[in-house]
Design a protein around this ligand. Structure first.
Ligand code: HEC
Ligand code: HEC
Ligand code: HEC
Length: 111
């Protein structure tokens, strides 16, 4: 029974991985007004490496422009999403795991 359960769980996991990544736009450019400039964001890479939509979409829904809309409604603070990006990268780098940029102009286009 146990073995069958394990195999089923493994199959389920594989199934989840197959349908999991590649949703929404592959690569996004998040607009940022002012001197820092826009941020290029590899969306699908994150879906692949994190396996958890809510690592970001816990803060904003899966809709184009939702970050700016929530910021305009004051439901998200300025830089709240950005701080989530950076703190994940920082923590993972500290732990020696694959990670992303922490410095301002490694994300923002102007510089
Ligand atoms: C590391 C952060 C992050 C993760 C993880 C993430 N997304 Fe997104 N997603 C974003 C951002 C940023 C946007 C753009 C929001 C905006 O335009 O304001 C977005 C937008 C979207 C959109 C709207 C269409 C588009 O691409 O602009 C969909 C649909 C979406 N995500 C689905 C998903 C699904 C499904 C998962 C999990 C399999 C996922 N996302 C994981 C950050 C993420
Ligand atoms: C991991 C990528 C990343 C890094 C590193 C980063 N940013 Fe950002 N930044 C973003 C994203 C994404 C947004 C848009 C979402 C938001 O406002 O939270 C943003 C938004 C901003 C905004 C606009 C906020 C507003 O609402 O007016 C400013 C200003 C800014 N960043 C400055 C900085 C500075 C200064 C640094 C370095 C200390 C920095 N950023 C580092 C990704 C990053
Ligand atoms: C929960 C953790 C987590 C969050 C949140 C997160 N990232 Fe990342 N980021 C990663 C990991 C892991 C990688 C390395 C991916 C890989 O190489 O497999 C990465 C890599 C990157 C890279 C480098 C890609 C490359 O090709 O070198 C950029 C740019 C980036 N992230 C931007 C962002 C922005 C902008 C946000 C917020 C909207 C964000 N990330 C949110 C974990 C995260």
């Amino acid at each position: 029974m146990r073995k069958v359960g394990g195999a089923l769980a493994a199959l389920l996991l594989m199934g989840v991985c197959v349908v999991f990544a590649g949703q929404g736009t592959e690569s996004l450019v998040l607009p940022v007004e002012g001197k820092y400039g826009a941020v290029a964001f590899p969306h699908w890479d994150h879906q692949d490496s994190l396996g958890d939509c809510n690592a970001c979409h816990g803060m904003f829904p899966q809709e184009t422009g939702s970050i700016d809309r929530l910021k305009a409604d004051k439901a998200l603070k300025k830089k709240q999403v950005m701080n989530n990006c950076r703190s994940c990268h920082r923590q993972r780098a500290k732990a020696g795991d694959p990670s992303g940029p922490v410095k301002c102009f490694d994300c923002h286009a102007a510089g």
